[in-house]
Design a protein around this ligand. Structure first.
Ligand code: C5P
Length: 213
């Protein structure tokens, strides 16, 4: 049973406005579809995305990072694999106004507070579950990805470089590097996100087989 998170989160500051990012959900949905094709029971937990809900899986729609955390934690006990492809907002507006904010003279200052780091929370309690995260960086990709892999107790981290054409947010393709805690770095060249998903799941399968021994 695999949990896949996908898409952006929305962090509202009044009833009609929010902070978000450019994540489309494509990488996470491709992972969920591929895992279902390979026989996994899939729970796809998705932030707002224009993609159609894929058939053959449980689907949980969430808005904010706090909602995503609640959804993930409520499914965690039954899962053996968790893949966190969602682009979770690191900060949320500290206050959510009850009414639409009116414009005034001068700048508007919105204080932000930290969101929970969902994958780090899973990493702290995961037991022998397999935890896969993503790192999208605009600088020092490998060093940052490696630091996150260890800091958040992941089993694999998928690194994408924001500067490469054909990689990252919105694209139908991706170019990735898969890092593991033993220092291994697998370079996966430009390919469709469904094929990228297959390559990530191949690595998950190896870990599942190792743990069965
Ligand atoms: O934001 P960051 O680069 O640290 O994200 C790395 C991984 O952590 C991703 O897999 C992302 O889904 C996860 N993450 C999370 N909760 C956050 C921020 C990131 O689960 N608040």
């Amino acid at each position: 049973r695999i949990i896949v998170t996908a898409g952006p989160t929305r962090e509202p500051f009044d009833p009609v406005r929010f902070i978000t990012n450019y994540s489309s959900g494509k990488m996470g949905y491709a992972l969920a579809v591929m895992a279902a094709r390979r026989g996994a029971e899939v729970v796809l937990i998705s932030g707002p995305s224009s993609l159609p809900v894929p058939p053959g899986m449980d689907f949980i729609s969430v808005g904010s990072a706090l909602e995503m955390r609640d959804a993930v934690m409520s499914c965690l006990a039954a899962a053996t694999v968790i893949v966190k492809a969602a682009a979770v907002a690191d900060y949320r507006p500290a206050v959510r106004a009850e009414n639409k904010l009116k414009k005034k003279q001068g700048p508007l200052v919105l204080p932000l507070e930290r969101n929970p780091d969902i994958i780090a929370e899973i990493g702290a309690v995961k037991g022998d579950r397999i935890l896969v995260g993503f790192a999208m960086e605009s600088e020092n990709l490998l060093a940052n990805a490696k630091a996150k892999l260890f800091a958040k107790n992941m089993d694999l981290i998928v690194a994408n470089d924001l500067h490469q054409t054909g990689a990252g947010f919105q694209c139908d393709t991706n170019i990735i590097k898969i890092l593991d805690p033993r220092g291994g770095i697998e370079e996966v060249p430009l390919m469709d996100k469904l094929d990228i998903a297959g390559r990530i799941l191949d690595r998950v399968k190896v870990l599942i087989d190792e743990r069965k021994c």
